[in-house]
Design a protein around this ligand. Structure first.
Ligand code: URA
Ligand code: SF4
Length: 197
C-alpha cells in the first residue's frame, strides 16, 4: 500500500491548529505562542521535553533557548540530525516563570502528544528529564531509568536527562552525552528487528 505522506503533514497541521488556539488550561492566558512541536511527519525518532521556556514562547518553536542550544551541540557530537527528529514537549504552553507544569495542565495537554505519536509513529521516543518520563511511566525515576530502553506500546521509550539539568552540572552532562551517543545504534537495531517481523 502506498502511504500518502501529505496526509500525515495534514494531520499534524490540524493538531498544530488545535494547539495554537487551545484554551483547555490556564496556561493559554499567559502565552505569547503555543509550541506544538516541529519535525518531519514520518520521523523515526521523537524527542519529548517538558514545556516551552521564554525563548520558545516568544518564537513558537521547541528547544530554541539555552537548553536547546546544548541539545543541538550534543546532537552534532553524536551525530543526530535535528532535521530528522520530531521535537515537542509534554505541555505545549509556557508555565509562568518556568515553574514545573501542574498535574491538571499535563492532563489537559496529554491528548495532543498522544495524537502526535499516533500520526508520526516513531520507533523511539526519547524523553528529556523527569516530567517527560513520568508522562509515559508514572513510576519512573530519571536517576535510575536514564539510558534504559523501555518497551512502550510497541515502541521504545528511551529516557535521558534534560539538557537544562546538564547546563551547570558536569556529571549530568557526561551521563547525558553517553546516553545520547547510544541513540543511533538503538534506532538502527530497532528498525532492523521491526523490518524482520
Ligand atoms: N525545555 C523544554 O523542556 N522544552 C523546551 O522546548 C525548551 C526548554
Ligand atoms: Fe492547551 Fe496544552 Fe496550552 Fe494548556 S498547555 S492551553 S492544554 S495547548
Amino acid at each position: 500500500m502506498l502511504i500518502d505522506k501529505s496526509d500525515n503533514s495534514n494531520h499534524l497541521k490540524k493538531i498544530n491548529e488545535l494547539v495554537i488556539t487551545c484554551k483547555k488550561c490556564s496556561l493559554s492566558s499567559g502565552r505569547k505562542n503555543a509550541v506544538p512541536g516541529v519535525g518531519p511527519p514520518f520521523a523515526t525518532l521523537m524527542f519529548v521535553g517538558e514545556a516551552p521556556g521564554s525563548k520558545e514562547d516568544e518564537i513558537g518553536l521547541p528547544f530554541v533557548g539555552k537548553a536547546g542550544n546544548l541539545l543541538e551541540k550534543l546532537f552534532i557530537e553524536v551525530p543526530i540530525y535535528r532535521e530528522d527528529v520530531f521535537i515537542t514537549n509534554v505541555v505545549k504552553c509556557r508555565p509562568p516563570n518556568n515553574r514545573n507544569p501542574l498535574e491538571n495542565e499535563i492532563l489537559s495537554c496529554k491528548n495532543y502528544l498522544m495524537k502526535q505519536i499516533e500520526i508520526i509513529n516513531p520507533r523511539i521516543i526519547v524523553t528529556l528529564g523527569k516530567y517527560a518520563l513520568l508522562h509515559f511511566i508514572p513510576t519512573g525515576k530519571i536517576s535510575i531509568d536514564h539510558g534504559k530502553n523501555i518497551p512502550w506500546k510497541n515502541r521504545i521509550l528511551y529516557p535521558i536527562y534534560h539538557p537544562a539539568a546538564a547546563l551547570y552540572n558536569p556529571k549530568i552532562l557526561e551521563t547525558l552525552k553517553l546516553d545520547m551517543s547510544r541513540i543511533p545504534e538503538l534506532l538502527r537495531s530497532s528498525l532492523s528487528t521491526k523490518n524482520k517481523k
